[in-house]
Design a protein around this ligand. Structure first.
Ligand code: NAD
Ligand code: AHE
Ligand code: ZN
Length: 372
């Protein structure tokens, strides 16, 4: 099998720092594409999997799923992409042929999901290896490698004029937050919104809520350093739950005359998910879970919360169909309809990727973007 060498940050095991290595990469097989990653963001989900909390986490693996790059080679049968195309890898593929794609009801294409969840390409093997031993893929993307191989159906072709070192953030965080507002919640003008967690996802929810002309946008975080950016993006109220002597849902219900129309959990904390549901207005308030919780964790509330009209939903990649809709997000960014610079608090070369994880855990970054 023809192979090439590339540079990657390898996760050898849970909780271990990533290690920069030269690895072997097999060239794309049927229906696959070789992409040179130009830049990648570091999302909390990468940290979650690295921590060992992800039931689908397998090691050694090349993490990263928020990248952008350029097609360098195509495998047999690839028709929708050609060498030189600018692309964003998709952890939610879009085959347009499976039951899920055809339903028109969901973005959760299942064509490659089973093998993807095992860290493998659709044929059940890995393209990455080191010293003859396989290294697993991650979320169908593995953007912490200078070159990666992904299925054709897992690539969105985007405007070649778009700056890849910025629009990489549309590969996960920013699209997820904005999409959850527009596609999952369908926030309307004048609605009151609460956003729990002001990282990349929560801040993108705020952008989406402003676009939807929400009336009041309540930003909630334990780290008050996040409030300034939330305010700049359009949040109207700021709450630190640790500063109150009663549950934050009670505080929000009181300050909104009965609760919010929509809430978004952007942390991955099952206790906060409960608060996010219970701060919703009786009769119609809807809470959207975006955060990813660790293996074995479960949500709970009194069923009465749902009996009395509150709704619990979830959202993956903002409900966005990647190949069809993501190019439009890039176009709207290029038309200055929203900005990405505020998210990019740090940039660094691949060699410093562990600092990106440190900054995230210390609450000092929104997004670190790795440049190759
Ligand atoms: P992040 O670490 O950048 O931000 C999380 C924020 O939550 C931080 O500002 C932190 O201070 C705050 N926080 C932590 N505990 C809190 C608490 N108890 N109360 C209030 N605030 C608290 O993370 P991110 O990259 O924005 O990701 C957020 C979550 O969304 C993660 O769980 C991630 O895995 C998930 N995610 C889901 C999807 C999806 O498609 N569903 C996509 C991307 C990320
Ligand atoms: N492997 C985890 C699931 C993690 C998860 O829920 N991932 C989100 C995207 S997070 C991006 O930062 C998602 O899209 N889920 C839908 C899917 O098909 O994975 C676990 O708990 O097993
Ligand atoms: Zn992500």
């Amino acid at each position: 099998m023809p192979t090439m060498k590339t540079r990657a940050a390898v996760a050898w095991g849970p909780g271990k720092p990533l290690s920069i290595e030269e690895v072997d990469l097999e060239l794309p097989k049927k229906g696959e594409v070789l992409v040179r990653i130009v830049a990648t963001g570091v999302c909390h989900t990468d940290a979650y999997t690295l921590s060992g909390d992800d039931p689908e986490g397998v090691f050694p693996a090349i993490l990263g799923h928020e990248g952008a790059g350029i097609v360098e080679a195509i495998g047999e049968g690839v028709t929708s992409l050609t060498v030189g195309d600018h692309v964003i890898p998709l952890y939610t593929a879009e085959c347009r042929e499976c039951k899920f794609c055809k339903s028109g009801k969901t973005n959760l294409c299942q064509a490659v999901r089973a093998t993807q969840g095992k860290g493998l390409m659709p044929d059940g093997t890995s393209r990455f290896s080191k010293d003859g031993k396989p290294i697993y893929h991650y979320m169908g993307c593995s953007t912490f490698a200078e070159h990666t191989v992904v299925p054709e159906i897992s690539l969105a072709k985007i405007d070649p004029k778009a700056p890849l070192e910025k629009v990489c953030l549309l590969g996960c965080g920013v699209t997820t937050g904005m999409g959850a507002v527009h596609n999952t919640a369908k926030v309307k003008q004048g609605d009151t919104v609460a956003v729990f967690g002001l990282g990349g996802i929560g801040l993108a929810v705020i952008i989406g809520a402003v676009q939807a002309k929400a009336g009041r946008i309540i930003a909630v975080d334990l780290n008050e350093d996040k409030f300034a950016i939330a305010k700049k993006l359009g949040a109207t109220d700021f709450l630190n739950p640790s500063k109150f002597d009663k549950p934050i849902q009670e505080v929000i219900v009181e300050m909104t005359d009965g609760g919010v129309d929509f809430s978004f959990e952007c942390i991955g904390n099952v206790k906060v998910m409960r608060a996010a549901l219970e701060c919703c207005h009786k009769g119609w308030g809807e809470s959207v879970i975006i955060g990813v919780a660790g293996a074995g964790q479960e949500i709970s509330t009194r069923p009465f919360q749902l009996v009395t009209g509150r709704v619990w939903r979830g959202s993956a990649f903002g409900g966005v169909r990647g190949r069809t809709e993501l190019p439009g997000y890039v176009n709207r960014f290029m038309n200055d309809e929203f900005e990405l610079d505020t998210f990019i608090t740090h940039t660094m070369p691949l060699e410093q990727i562990n600092e990106a994880f440190d900054l995230m855990h210390e609450g000092k970054s929104i997004r670190s973007v790795i440049h190759y």
